[in-house]
Design a binder for this molecule. Structure first.
Ligand SMILES: N[C@@H](CCC(=O)N[C@@H](CS)C(=O)NCC(=O)O)C(=O)O
Length: 212
């Protein structure tokens, strides 16, 4: 059986758990409490020397980094597909570009906003807050533009969309309305949160954990 080492509030772990649910794969969840430094224990570092979740073990293969895990799952368990079909190279590249943007830029910006908002009001850095908000709004405006005439970022529902979900769903609680004046984003988000894989996901709530 697949094993997943994860910390429930981690957006990258959430991305992997949505993928596992979409593919109907059952797994054993092993929680690594990042707040207790469990990621730095020797037994965990033997799985991922970088000391980060998520880590997936399938039979005798150990994989870390949500994007590499997503690619492995797509190769090993191709149904239902979460990337455009092999041969649609341009669309596959588009999906991967969006996934990368979600992971490295969008998730980081929302994470910064979460850590500022997690502080007592008087301790928040207004310039930092403003910068994160502006960058997030700019990304949402661009996504709204790119979704014109299509339901998902790479035509069909894919890892590109999944990678945005964990941080999109917390925006309202951080004072940002993703769908406001962005009807394509509003419809996209509603379409996604209706999916059983997302409805049933544990940990998909605001967790103001600085540094996670
Ligand atoms: N690029 C990695 C990022 C994973 C990552 O940053 N995980 C964080 C939690 S969300 C972590 O394990 N942090 C622990 C630490 O840095 O000590 C992925 O996509 O899996």
């Amino acid at each position: 059986m697949i094993k997943l080492y994860d910390f429930l509030p981690c957006p990258f772990g959430q991305k992997v758990r949505i993928i596992l649910a979409e593919k109907g794969l059952s797994y054993e969840l092993i929680q690594v409490d990042l707040t207790q430094g469990e990621q730095r224990k020797p037994e965990f570092l033997r799985l991922n020397p970088f000391g980060r979740v998520p880590v997936l073990i399938d039979e005798d293969i150990t994989i870390y980094d949500s994007t590499i895990i997503a690619e492995y799952l797509e190769d090993e368990y191709p149904e239902p597909p979460l990337l455009p079909a092999v041969g649609s190279s341009a669309l596959r590249a588009r999906a991967r570009t969006w996934e990368d943007f979600a992971d490295t830029s969008f998730t980081a910006q929302v994470g910064q906003l979460m850590s500022e908002m997690g502080k007592p009001e008087g301790d928040r850095d207004p310039a930092r807050l403003q910068r994160s908000q502006t960058l997030i709004e700019r990304a949402l405006n661009f996504i709204n533009h790119e979704l014109q005439g299509q339901e998902y970022l790479a035509q069909q529902f894919s890892v590109a969309d999944i990678a945005f979900v964990p941080r999109l769903v917390v925006l309202k609680d951080l004072g940002l309305e993703p769908g406001q004046n962005r009807p394509n984003v509003e419809a996209w988000l509603n379409r996604m949160v209706d999916r059983p894989s997302i409805q049933s996901l544990e940990g998909l709530t605001v967790q103001l954990l600085a540094g996670v």
